[in-house]
Ligand binder design. Structure first.
Ligand code: IMP
Ligand code: MG
Length: 178
């Protein structure tokens, strides 16, 4: 195993199960209605590409990038939109795809912004949730799994742009950032 990783929190096999469970819930809610996945760059890309292949309805994708994190492991409250959607979401079933909800600030801001554009429905889907860290009221509609308050990387999630390629979710060793 990578020596920056203290331990594996969610294995590759378990991630597959989690993704299938989330997909099933989306499939049963939307049937064969078209959905637009709004993939929040960059952390969600691995989850999103696995998830979309398990969806049964017609799927469109688009991207957004927001930064609430500077370098490091602590969230800042300012959410800056670095890349906006190309698609017009009015009248569409939109599902925001996030890697992890921590303070909740990023999604609260994105949700408010997208609701003004009059989608038909707006759901929030996150692979991971750290409920203990929440600073604002935001409830995801679909959650892969809750995790404890530890800094995790892999399966798209990074620390200073590293470790996204790991096929599992691992807890980052403290020696990497302390
Ligand atoms: P929030 O606005 O505090 O909810 O932050 C959400 C964003 O912070 C996520 O999209 C991640 O990019 C990042 N983040 C939060 N916790 C972690 C973590 O444990 N590992 C990697 N990135 C994280
Ligand atoms: Mg990130």
């Amino acid at each position: 195993m990578n020596n920056s990783i203290e331990r594996v929190l969610i294995s590759e096999e378990k991630l597959k199960e989690i993704v299938s469970e989330v997909a099933q819930k989306i499939n049963s809610e939307f049937g064969d209605e078209e959905v637009l996945l709004v993939i929040i760059l960059k952390g969600s890309i691995v989850f999103a590409t696995d998830l979309m292949r398990k969806l049964d309805m017609p799927v469109m994708i688009d991207f957004m990038q927001a930064s609430s994190y500077g370098a490091g492991t602590q969230s800042t409250r300012v959410v800056n939109i670095k890349l906006d959607l190309k698609a017009d979401i009015e009248g569409k079933n939109v599902i925001l795809i996030e890697d992890i909800i921590d303070s909740g600030n990023t999604l609260r801001n994105l949700k408010a912004m997208l609701l003004k554009r009059n989608p038909k429905t707006l759901r929030i889907c996150t692979l991971l949730d750290k409920p203990e860290r929440r600073e604002t009221e935001i409830e995801p509609d679909y959650v892969g799994t809750a995790i404890p308050d530890e800094f995790v990387v892999g399966y798209g999630l990074d620390y200073n742009e590293n470790f996204r390629e790991l096929p599992y979710i691992g807890v980052l060793s403290r020696h990497v950032y302390e």
